[in-house]
Design a protein around this ligand. Structure first.
Ligand SMILES: NC(=O)N[C@@H](CC(=O)O)C(=O)O
Ligand SMILES: [Zn+2]
Ligand SMILES: [Zn+2]
Length: 351
């Protein structure tokens, strides 16, 4: 008997780009509708680097929240070569920062102010290890000579392995894992309890051939870029395993249609409008709907040392249609992932 109704503890999204201003107002309702909490990525222009920036950004998020939503934004600090370890640690201890984000300089959208050399932030990393502040990592090398499809695997070997060796107590999340190498690496470190990985819905559903199906598909372009099918299969296996280190992080990353459909289109898939429906589809295809709650609602809080959400939500096995387009108050348009298409599942809200 196929399951027609799935009840789970309210999920959290451990990797979200909410942006700011009119875009924030347009996209936040989608995330707040489905998720209890979300890790808010700090790659604004200018980036959220100091505790005071995060306090102000959190206020703008809460002000943009529609009535009746109990949503908690978990703020992060954008690490730069000049990060002030004192301010960062104070922000963590005061409960403003949940974690800090490492963008290797120029690895992805709005990462120009990122870290150019890990040696430059050694005191910051030491401090984070000491106080148990998680380091969230965009795990790709930026060396232009490394093939774009290999940048995550090379980062793991060249940078992530040595980083964990050097800082024995540092807790890290390899964000938006896209490769079999990432899955294997996370599993090798599972016993230590200090390595986690988020997995997006789109990387569970598409491989690199989808980027070029019938023509170039700018709305499927994100970083790290989707890899070949064997990697997608490895990610599905990891996400549906129920294992603690793997948890939900959509990496929903809205860009305007103009910015995406351009001679040099921006990286990012906007998956907030149908996030849980997409995950349900991927888990159903793997015959693992019974593992969705661990991945979406239990493993993340455990890694971050937070309680699980108290309330429950329902996913129904009835088709729903993803909005064609989302408009911002200043007239910009954003195209959701699978815009206008039907998904087999419907997120039906709280029980
Ligand atoms: N994932 C993406 O392709 N883009 C993200 C940045 C990021 O998470 O790397 C964005 O901010 O647009
Ligand atoms: Zn990233
Ligand atoms: Zn991201």
């Amino acid at each position: 008997m196929p399951t027609d109704r799935l009840v789970l503890r309210r999920p959290d999204d451990w990797h979200v780009h909410l942006r700011d201003g009119a875009m924030l107002k347009a996209v936040l309702p989608f995330t707040a509708h489905q998720f209890g909490r979300a890790i808010i990525m700090p790659n604004l222009k200018p980036p959220v680097t100091r505790t005071a920036d995060a306090v102000a950004y959190r206020e703008r998020i809460l002000a943009a929240l529609p009535e009746g939503h109990a949503f908690t934004p978990l703020m992060t600090a954008y690490l730069t070569d000049g990060t002030d370890a004192e301010d960062l640690a104070q922000g963590f201890e005061d409960g403003v920062f949940a974690a800090a984000k490492l963008y290797p300089a120029n690895a992805t959208t709005n990462s120009a102010h990122g870290v150019t050399d890990l040696g430059k932030i050694a005191p910051v990393l030491e401090r984070m290890a000491e106080i148990g502040m998680p380091l969230l990592i965009h795990g790709e090398v930026t060396d232009a000579h490394v093939d774009i499809f290999d940048r995550e695997a090379v980062f793991i070997e060249r940078t992530l392995g040595p980083l964990l060796e050097r800082y024995k107590a540092l807790r890290v999340v390899l964000e938006h894992a896209t490769t079999a190498e990432a899955v294997a690496f996370v599993r090798e470190h599972a016993a230590s309890g200090r390595v986690g990985a988020t997995i997006t819905a789109h990387h569970l559903l598409i491989n690199r051939s989808h980027l070029f199906a019938g023509g170039i598909r700018p709305h499927l372009y994100c970083l790290p870029i989707a890899k070949r099918e064997t990697h997608r299969v490895a990610l599905v296996e990891a996400a549906t395993s129920g294992e603690g280190p793997f948890f939900l992080g959509t990496d929903t990353a809205p860009h305007t249609v103009t910015a995406k459909e351009s001679a040099c289109g921006c990286a990012g898939c906007f998956t907030a409008a149908n996030a849980m429906e997409l995950y349900a589809e991927a888990f159903e295809e793997a015959g693992a709907l019974d593992k969705l709650e661990a991945f979406a609602s239990l493993n993340g809080p455990r890694f971050y040392g937070l309680p699980v959400n108290e309330d429950k939500v329902v996913l129904e096995r009835t088709p729903s249609t993803t909005p064609d387009i989302v408009l911002t108050a200043d007239g910009e348009a954003v195209l959701p992932f699978r815009s206008g298409e039907t998904t087999r599942w419907t997120f039906a809200g709280a029980v």
